[in-house]
Design a protein around this ligand. Structure first.
Ligand SMILES: [Zn+2]
Length: 316
């Protein structure tokens, strides 16, 4: 990529092993590596004795067994879910059943808008092709407790967890803090190894950039993302992410001004150095920029009301 933060590799992953990654903080990585999940989903355990679990992870027997072993002797009192993608929330139902601990989240994934049927079909097609494996939705997840932005969700001995609503990757995405250690769990809002997929209609680029600025304005010392290594200078890192998105937006605007009226043509230009397998998700990312540009009035849809994958666009 042309700009953006420096991504670091996640070294030394042993699936299913419990690693103490920081004081009062353990992580178990699920064996669901992919081009969207990197090495896999990192599930976090906060505290000892009485613990909170962040993003129990995908419906994988090996991960369920690893969590079961990691939590032996602990009392789970809170299950925190950042959002309802299939690599984050599905095992919450099992863990709730097993421990009786309530689940906490901003809310369930919103139901699909009937107007988005066409987009959903396209999404389903991509899922069938295995292109967007992490993006399948866990519509079954409904939190026991809805956490408002800025609210303390749960506490235990030596730990306090607060919710920070960060719409963008999904509209219900919520980051959680571990206040005593200055830690933020950014879920998929900020990843340690790549940029985040922002896929309309639920994914929203304008909201995403606002939510990046929101977390950059906080004083958290370390991020522990679901995918990838910890981030130790998070404000600088997130500033670079914002910069990268704004640069991409300018490239999309320049492409439309230069006469490229359809998304595939814009993708072919802007992602010419990127593996073609990633051009479909790249198309959704370009769409997310176009939705923002249309809302802001610098681009319009030439052949309809709403910005869609198959729309034609023109500069205003
Ligand atoms: Zn996600």
């Amino acid at each position: 990529m042309s700009s953006g933060p420096e991504f670091r590799p996640l070294d030394d992953v042993v699936y299913g092993r419990v690693d103490e990654v920081a004081p009062m903080l353990r992580r178990v990585v699920a064996e669901n590596p992919s081009k969207f999940t990197y090495r896999g989903t990192g599930t976090y355990i906060i505290g000892t004795g009485e613990v909170a679990v962040v993003d129990p992870g995908p419906m994988l027997d090996s991960h369920r067994d690893a969590l079961h072993a990691a939590l032996a002797g602990e009392r789970v009192t809170a299950i925190l879910v950042t959002h309802c993608h299939s690599d984050h929330s599905p095992l919450a139902a099992w863990l709730h059943e097993e421990t009786g601990a309530p689940t906490y989240a901003f809310g369930p994934h919103p139901p699909a808008d009937p107007d988005d049927e066409v987009e959903d079909e396209e999404l389903a097609e991509e899922i069938t092709e295995g292109v967007k494996v992490e993006e399948t939705l866990d519509h079954a997840f409904e939190p026991d407790v809805r956490v408002a932005d800025g609210e303390v969700a749960a506490t235990g001995p030596g730990w306090t967890v607060r919710g920070v609503h960060t719409p963008g990757h999904t509209s219900n995405h919520m980051c959680f803090t571990f206040e005593e250690e200055g830690v933020l769990f950014p879920g998929d809002h900020v990843m340690g190894w790549s940029t985040t997929v922002v896929s309309p209609p639920d994914g929203d680029m304008a909201a995403y950039v606002d939510s990046l600025r929101k977390v950059a304005g906080r004083a958290d010392r370390t991020y522990w993302p679901t995918h990838g290594p910890s981030i130790d200078s998070p404000q600088r890192y997130v500033d670079a992410l914002v910069e990268h998105r704004l640069q991409r937006e300018q490239q999309v605007l320049d492409a439309v001004r230069g006469g490229l009226v359809e998304i595939p043509a814009i993708v072919a230009l802007l992602y010419r150095d990127v593996d073609e397998k990633l051009h479909k998700p790249a198309g959704r990312s370009v769409l997310s920029h176009l939705v923002k540009l249309v809302d802001e009035g610098s681009v319009r849809v030439a052949d309809g009301e709403r910005a869609r994958l198959k729309s034609r666009y023109e500069a205003v």
